[in-house]
Design a protein around this ligand. Structure first.
Ligand code: PEP
Ligand code: MN
Length: 265
């Protein structure tokens, strides 16, 4: 089902009530904080990203943290805050379901269900997401091959949900000057084999604020269908991923530069 042999034309995902789409080389941009921390923080960031032209808002409600003692997310309260953000700013909401319990609530509140890198091969969660009637943003596992990545998407589609959005977010390599190594070469590789949209996450892909804009430009230049970017109004106070979160002014610059690149492609 993921294959271009089965479906030649690009899959384009539409969202009722907006002209926002994902797929078909149409630069979809998802932006927002790593985690929803407070209503004030979420609204402040949403206002800025909406003003800069993002059509989608991201924010973690359930966080897959390395340490069990680190901030785990506000859960359903964060989902309620993001529903308010959708009403107020017209942004579509993208948020991660880390397990089956979260999936039920995320599918209720969000516009796009995110499956994180750590769950890319959680086959029972993939199947369950495939039974929901909301688009699924599937992030590449940190050591997943192209074949494994596409077969994970196949699990979702095999249950009847054909609205799958792939996302490259960096892989583990020996190099340690960035948090992960952003594998931009997977973008054209996916596009040759599959009709599904492929986004790039330069935030988790680099882990460093000053690398996000250059890699976002490169992702658009290589032909990605869009970006997912972490933005925070006070990154030094962020409860997760502050070091890779860009300032709202930088996000506005990113939008400007990336739209210009997309326009000449
Ligand atoms: C995220 O987008 O917040 C996230 C946790 O990403 P990943 O699953 O790619 O690490
Ligand atoms: Mn993050």
């Amino acid at each position: 089902l993921v294959s271009r042999d089965v479906k030649e034309e690009d899959t384009i995902i539409r969202f009722a009530g907006t002209d926002a789409t994902i797929g078909g080389h149409n630069l979809a941009v998802i932006a927002g904080p790593c985690s929803i921390e407070t209503r004030e923080q979420a609204f402040a960031v949403a206002e800025e990203v909406a003003r800069a032209g993002a059509q989608f808002f991201r924010g973690g409600a359930y966080k897959p943290r390395t340490s069990p003692y680190a901030f785990q997310g506000l859960g359903e309260e964060a989902l309620r805050i993001m529903s308010e953000i959708r009403e107020r700013f017209g942004l579509r909401i993208v948020t991660e379901a880390i397990d089956h319990e979260a999936l039920e609530l995320v599918a209720e509140y969000a516009d796009v269900i995110q499956i994180g890198a750590r769950n890319m091969q959680n086959f029972s969660l993939l199947r369950a997401a495939g039974r929901k009637r909301k688009p699924v943003l599937l992030k590449r596992g940190m050591s997943a091959t192209l074949e494994e990545f596409l077969m994970a998407a196949e699990y979702i589609m095999s249950e009847g949900n054909y609205e799958v959005i792939l996302c490259e977010r960096g892989i583990r390599t020996f190099t340690d000057h960035t948090r992960n190594t952003l594998d931009l070469s997977i973008v054209p590789a996916v596009q040759r084999l599959s009709h599904l949209p492929i986004l790039v996450d330069p935030s988790h892909g680099t882990g460093k604020r000053n690398k996000v804009l250059p890699l976002a430009r490169a992702a658009v230049a290589v032909g990605a269908d869009g970006l997912i970017v972490e933005v925070h109004n006070q990154p030094d106070k962020a409860l997760s991923d502050g070091a890779q979160s860009i300032y709202p002014e930088q996000f506005a610059q990113l939008m400007d530069e990336c739209s210009q690149i997309a326009a000449v492609l």
